[in-house]
Design a protein. Structure first.
Length: 193
């Protein structure tokens, strides 16, 4: 595996896109809907924050402590803290042994677990950007990796209620649009006027 396809490198590129998206969220947008129907902007940002913190722990083979209802948004400089935590996430996955062995409560291969956080850092950041009127272009290398595994991840994610049924996309859909559709999202989703 070359360095450009390491989880750390992929997460670094995803974080470079996520941090500006989180920084651009305005307070008055926190109650707005997102393409991920179970979350408004506040809850989605809190969830993304919780994911970043816990997958940093998982990279280090530590137990995760996911919160049922996390509350990071609105506490101090939460945008700056998200940027710090996103940097820690990418760094943790670059530490020796992070992609080796198993990690997490289900003892999954570490690279699979790293791929799961890459999925959240790509798709949920699109959710956030789309909900708040921002442009978002994902890292092509990350999309390529995710496109290669989404077929294996999606059935279990749907069974767990994390994904909706896949959406149809045009034959000329981009790889990212196809990825979004595989997670049950409408790639054309826009906030209602």
């Amino acid at each position: 595996m070359d360095n450009s396809s390491s989880i750390s490198s992929l997460l670094g590129a995803a974080a470079a896109r996520a941090v500006p998206a989180v920084r651009a969220v305005r307070e008055e947008q926190l109650g707005d809907p997102t393409p991920c129907a179970r979350y408004d902007v506040r809850k989605l940002t809190d969830h993304l924050f919780d994911v970043v913190v816990n997958f940093t722990r998982l990279a280090r083979k530590q137990p995760s402590r996911f919160q049922e209802d996390p509350h990071h948004v609105g506490t101090g400089d939460w945008r700056g803290l998200f940027a710090e935590e996103a940097g820690r996430l990418a760094a943790a996955w670059g530490e020796p042994g992070a992609e080796e062995g198993t990690t997490g409560g289900m003892h999954q291969p570490a690279r699979t677990v790293g791929t799961l956080v890459l999925l959240d850092m790509t798709v949920h950041v699109w959710d956030l950007a789309r909900a708040t009127g921002q442009e978002f272009t994902p890292d092509p290398a990350g999309v390529e990796v995710l496109a290669g595994v989404i077929g294996d991840l999606a059935p279990a994610a749907r069974d767990a209620g994390m994904f909706d049924e896949p959406k149809r996309v045009a034959t000329d859909a981009s790889p990212f649009e196809a990825l979004l559709a595989a997670t049950g999202r409408d790639p054309g989703w826009r906030p209602s006027a």
